[in-house]
Design a protein around this ligand. Structure first.
Ligand SMILES: *[C@@H]1O[C@H](CO)[C@@H](O)[C@H](O)[C@H]1NC(C)=O
Ligand SMILES: *[C@@H]1O[C@H](CO)[C@@H](O)[C@H](O)[C@H]1NC(C)=O
Length: 199
């Protein structure tokens, strides 16, 4: 009886070890189904959580593109869908009027991949100093997917004379945005001339 128990135990441990070794080939999962209070965000008591806590709607409606860039980004991240807290994912919906631009920007905390639903987008990203500061660009059509690496400058331009729509998935619940133009183009004209002379 003892031996049979021991054998059973060994088999169980071996199975468990196999499960863990298989599991470690994947990204680690979230540590809890329903968090309580993490990263300064409140989450619901699991017993009081409902489907609505996981829900966001309205991305079927095009946003206004009456602005100088003729584009509009709707982000769904931990700020407007609290249950994304600790999950490391978010998404964005981008509307473009004809020739609308999502100007060069960085997401410091997440990689991004986009899928074009409508229109023709010319997109690109710039690699880092170590990779030779190369600019990669490509034309994307409906159904095309493209990836922007975390922290690299990228842009999306609607080159068609119709509206365009893209969806983006990001590997962070709060990827952050630094728009290069907003940060850099406020530099004084004399300083820009000085900086240009250095190259
Ligand atoms: C968007 O979806 C909402 C909710 O399902 C629906 O009420 C609304 O009519 C839809 N709007 C458009 C423009 O499709
Ligand atoms: C984006 O669209 C929303 C809703 O249409 C509008 O309230 C907002 O002002 C728009 N943002 C920009 C930058 O145009």
């Amino acid at each position: 009886m003892q031996i049979r128990k021991a054998k059973y135990l060994i088999r169980a441990v071996a199975l468990l070890a196999l499960t863990f070794s298989l599991a470690s080939a994947y990204d680690p999962g979230p540590l809890q189904d329903c968090c309580v209070f993490v990263n300064g965000k409140f989450c619901n008591d699991p017993k009081l959580t409902s489907a609505n806590d996981f829900f966001f709607s309205g991305l079927n409606v095009s946003r206004s593109t009456s602005n100088p860039l003729r584009s509009n980004v709707t982000a769904v991240n931990v700020d407007n869908l609290a249950r994304l807290n600790t999950l490391g994912i978010s998404l964005a919906h981008v509307d473009f009027a004809p020739y609308g631009l999502n100007p060069p920007h960085i997401h410091p905390c997440g990689s991004e991949f986009i899928i074009v639903l409508e229109g023709t987008l010319y997109v690109g990203f710039d690699t880092s100093n170590g990779d030779g500061n190369r600019l990669f660009t490509i034309m994307l059509y409906p159904g095309d997917v493209f990836v922007f690496l975390i922290g690299l400058i990228h842009f999306l331009l609607n080159v068609g004379n119709t509206n365009a729509i893209a969806f983006a998935g990001l590997s962070s619940q709060n990827p952050g945005v630094i728009t290069i133009a907003n940060a850099a183009f406020q530099v004084d004209k004399n300083l820009v001339e000085y900086l240009q002379k250095q190259f």
